[in-house]
Design a protein around this ligand. Sequence first.
Ligand SMILES: [Zn+2]
Ligand SMILES: [Zn+2]
Length: 503
Amino acid sequence: MTGSADDVLFATEVVEELRAVHSEIAALQAKEVELMTLLYQVRRAEQLDLGVGELYAGEDAATEIGIALKVSQRSADGLIGLGLGLEHRYPHTREAFAAGRIDLSQVRAISDTLTNAPEDMLAELEPRLADYAEKAEPQRIRRTGRRWMLEADPEGQALRRKEAEAERFVSVRAADNGTAELEGVLTAHGGRTLYERLREMAVTECCGSDPRTMNQRRADALVALADGSGRLICQCGKADCPRLPTEPVPAPRKTLVQVGVSAETLAGLQDNPALLSGFGAIDADLARQLARLAKIELIPENPTAGMTSESAGKPSESAGEIFESAGRTSDAPGQSSTAERIYRPSARLTARVRALDGTCRAPGCQVPAADTDLDHQDRFDHHNPDTGGPTTESNLGARCRRHHRLKTLADNGANRWQITHHPDRVVEWRTPSGDSTTTTPEGTPFLFPSVPVPPVTAAGVPDVQPTGSLLDPGPLVNELMDLVQAYCTPSQRRAHRRARHNM
Ligand SMILES: [Zn+2]
Ligand SMILES: [Zn+2]
């Protein structure tokens, strides 16, 4: 297709305008980063004055930004870090960014590349790289920057490598649609080792009829290494598959996950969504797959379920459970008023509060409740437990370390946050600048739909794992049946529960 001279001219104008808009956005991004950094510095100064430690002063600025802009605290953290770098280490980059000559991705490439550069090298290379960045995309900035650093100081490279290696990490976080995202920095050798092993497993442990792509096999291989089985199992489904293991494969180890799922769904009678702690809602099939590998502990949704004949007549209302596959033991159910005056909650109450809250209760925080502290919302009084906040379900909330610190500082009047607890576990977070947001619990009982979803067969969607029998028969199935069958009496349930605790 050939365009007329007018079309060519028009397209050229469009590109020109695009360039101008991109530059404006970049300049505004620079402004945004600068303002976030400024807020951090203001909060930090305030808190240092109030005696908050160097390590943590100002850290809640990112939470405050998250509430104000509806962005993740993680992204605010990243931009504040970048802003501090621009201010203290990368003045030329900062100037080019503010003028809209380079954009955020290019700035990140410069900052990442020069992270471990010593001051004298920085003085020479940072202006050059900032110039170069105006004509190069992020990938090329990184490559060129690394080469320049190596040329400038070949001996120092070993040292910088060690420093870079010291930053190694692996993180796993929840992503969309029940997947997880893995991110990390390894040593070059470690990275090679891992990749070679995954490739080898993907190629040698599955035959040509395995339906998975190489990408999928490598991803599954990593999990197989982590779960201790160490072996991919070919999914061609043929009994005479040439790649079937010749020696017994160790059973996958049980991981610590909390899943909230209705008994009916677990038993395959319904397909209600379930809740995976830290991930949110997952589909019924995935919940059942997890259940197959799990060591299961039942925590009834309603703590008094099974205690009254009324609830026994309405089985679906008491059918939410948490199974927790690392098998924590529970102590006896029920709270006495003595327990309310003891600071540390019982294992049973801890599990219950974590099941209710699902994740850390701070806005936008994704830390799974299993990894949180249980915080007394009204402060516990160690000197006089009768007058302070009690150790009860309604007075305990899940908070990650960082947001536990935020709450403690708020209690001490050291950061001017106001955290208010409303009925039904609604928590209101008011920032020092007056923005406010409320969070509702995301635990099992709150995400369960009350309308049953009939079982569906997902035609054309191949299962990740071959579907075997749903659950091993045994006490667990008996117990599930107790929960889903209407004729089960409360005393039968109690008897079952007693029998299980005595096992
Ligand atoms: Zn095969
Ligand atoms: Zn948190």
